[in-house]
Every structure is written in structure tokens, then in C-alpha cells.
Design a protein around this ligand. Structure first.
Ligand SMILES: Nc1nc2c(c(=O)[nH]1)N=C([C@H](O)[C@@H](O)CO)CN2
Length: 118
């Protein structure tokens, strides 16, 4: 399966288990590996035959500013569902990272996979 990757995508959302985290949106970093429904674009050289990664980034940034989550797991699942349901990806790996939220821990996050990799 051909894939598109988008790594180190910064986005903002309201997220956190604790009340103090949910007073303002915070930056999260996304690492996305997105399976393509076909490899048609390799031959056609046409954007309509693939997933437009620019549209993926714009869609996710827009959606995440309108949502709120308690856990990173729920945020990752939301992103996976957008990619599966709206972009037609058959398989996706989503990593979401909080930056500097824990003392002496640079990055903490979760990774999930959804769909089927062929
Ligand atoms: N498995 C998880 N553990 C924790 C999460 C999470 O999203 N998934 N979140 C928190 C707090 O929101 C944390 O970011 C700040 O203490 C704690 N544990």
C-alpha cells in the first residue's frame, strides 16, 4: 500500500483530563501515516487520484479548534475517523503528542492504528 506521511503537524485543540488544562487551547503535534486507496496518482500524475495532504492539514486544523477532548486517545481516534470517513483512507496510523506538559518530559503521546493495511 502506498502511503502519505505528514509528520510534525502543529494544531491547536482543547484537551486535558484536568480542569486547568481545559481553560485554553494547547498545541499538539500530529504524525500521520495515511494509506492511499489506490496507487493511481503514480501513473496519472493527477491530484484527483490521491488524497490531498494540504486539504488534510487544513481540515484537521479547522476541526480540532472546534472540538474538545479529555484524553489523547480520544483525540487520535477522532483524527483517524476523519481520515477514514471523509478522505477514504483504508488504513491510518495517528500519533498525537503533547509538548512540555510533564515536568522533565519533552514529549508524551499516543499512537493508534485504524482500518486495514493491505
Ligand atoms: N493515557 C493517558 N494518560 C494521561 C492523559 C492522556 O491523554 N492519556 N492525559 C493526562 C493529562 O491530561 C496530562 O496531559 C497532564 O497531567 C494524564 N494522563
Amino acid at each position: 500500500m502506498d502511503t502519505i506521511y505528514l509528520h510534525g503537524v502543529r494544531a491547536q485543540t482543547l484537551i486535558g483530563w484536568y480542569d486547568w488544562e481545559r481553560t485554553a487551547q494547547q498545541d499538539v503535534e500530529l504524525d500521520l501515516d495515511i494509506g492511499l486507496p489506490s496507487n493511481r496518482a503514480s501513473a496519472s500524475d493527477d491530484l484527483v487520484d490521491t488524497i490531498d495532504y494540504d486539504l488534510v492539514v487544513r481540515t484537521l486544523r479547522d476541526e480540532l479548534t472546534q472540538q474538545h477532548f479529555l484524553l489523547l486517545e480520544a483525540l487520535a481516534d477522532f483524527i483517524a475517523r476523519v481520515l477514514l470517513e471523509r478522505f477514504g483512507t483504508p488504513w491510518v496510523r495517528v500519533s498525537v503528542t503533547k509538548l512540555g506538559i510533564l515536568q522533565d518530559v519533552a514529549r508524551v503521546g499516543v499512537t493508534i492504528e485504524r482500518g486495514h493495511r493491505t
